[in-house]
Design a protein around this ligand. Structure first.
Ligand SMILES: Nc1nc2c(ncn2[C@@H]2O[C@H](COP(=O)(O)OP(=O)(O)OP(=O)(O)O)[C@@H](O)[C@H]2O)c(=O)[nH]1
Ligand SMILES: [Mg+2]
Ligand SMILES: [Zn+2]
Length: 308
């Protein structure tokens, strides 16, 4: 009678019995899942966080569609990864370099990067370490590039994008981008949209369970409000708070009443631009890359972060 050796795969089944919590929404996932089955955030974030002692803090960059989030975040991460002193960023994991790589590659071909798709599995997530002067320990941060349409959809219809709610409820700092090109065109939708975002945040924070008896609720995140595309309005660089009072009075007042830690900034990535027609669509073309005011909103936010 012949004998056959059959290897037992039961050890593999044992691995599936242990669930790995998603770093963003804390939902349990199989150990080999690439994306969280509940919120579609990359599970690499959870694996990296488990492998190190310090737990990354979350920083959100939010604003309407077209506000300039991708361009701003891509330029910010690129500048910080090249800057050697004061504030320096090191990407954690190859996927954390994609945003910077795509943004800079597009700009150097005289194009702006493409619109961020609405599907969470196609967003770029930056997991990085930031070293700062005056702090012994570097900060570990997670900063995704969210799609503006998805942000507003979640605010109007809560539950549409669970990843956005989970992320915003846990973030310690926020960069709220306001499109100053639209403000200069005389549109006031930026004022309404950004007021909606601030109200959503403060409401969500109020509804959060305060935890065990005696434990204080987490403080509201620090918020830097950034007027993007400020090449359209030099005056916003001179006094961003005065510009906010004039151009976005609703947002200015709401921040004053509701956000104990906030500051206004102006930033732009290009110094000159033109337009070209592509398939009957007018497309903006960056001519000169001349970043201004990119680092201050982030540097201010870093000073507000709790020390880990
Ligand atoms: N003049 C000028 N235009 C800019 C600047 N930054 C972005 N833009 C314009 O704004 C557009 C949108 O920028 P994005 O960074 O893709 O905007 P977004 O907020 O990521 O938009 P979604 O991905 O739809 O959420 C770009 O295609 C440019 O036309 C800037 O600094 N100056
Ligand atoms: Mg984008
Ligand atoms: Zn999740």
């Amino acid at each position: 009678m012949s004998k056959a050796t059959v290897s037992l795969d039961s050890y593999q089944l044992a691995q599936y019995a242990v669930q790995v919590p998603c770093y963003i929404c804390e939902g349990g996932n199989n150990h080999d899942a690439e994306l969280c089955r509940y919120c579609q955030a990359p599970m690499a974030l959870a694996h990296q966080a488990r492998a190190q002692k310090v737990h990354p803090q979350m920083i959100a960059t939010i604003g309407t569609a077209d506000a300039g989030k991708t361009v701003y975040l891509g330029m910010l991460t690129d500048m910080l990864s090249r800057q050697a002193k004061n504030l320096h960023l090191t990407a954690r994991g190859a996927f954390s370099v994609s945003l910077q790589q795509h943004t800079i590659a597009s700009l150097s071909r005289c194009r702006f990067p493409a619109k961020t798709p609405n599907e969470p599995d196609r967003w770029n997530w930056v997991h990085c370490q930031v070293r700062m002067d005056g702090r012994r320990q570097p900060a570990e941060l997670i900063m995704p590039d969210l799609a503006g349409e998805a942000i507003l959809e979640e605010i109007d219809h809560p539950g549409t994008y669970p990843v956005i709610k989970a992320f915003l409820s846990r973030c310690v700092g926020l960069m709220l981008l306001v499109d100053s090109a639209r403000l200069e065109e005389g549109e006031n939708d930026q004022d309404f949209f950004t007021m909606k975002i601030v109200t959503y945040l403060t409401e969500m924070h109020r509804q959060q369970p305060t935890g065990k008896k005696g434990r204080k609720p987490a403080p509201l995140p620090a918020v830097s409000i950034v007027f993007t595309k400020a090449d359209h309005c030099d005056e916003s660089f001179e006094d961003p708070a005065a510009y906010a009072r004039r151009r976005t009075p609703g947002l200015f007042q709401l921040c004053k009443e509701q956000l104990p830690r906030h500051e206004f900034f102006a930033a732009c990535v290009v110094g000159a631009y033109t337009y070209r027609w592509e398939l009957e669509t007018k497309v903006q073309v960056p001519l000169r890359i001349e970043p201004r005011g990119i680092i201050p909103p982030f540097a201010w936010l870093m000073q507000q972060l709790p020390k880990t």
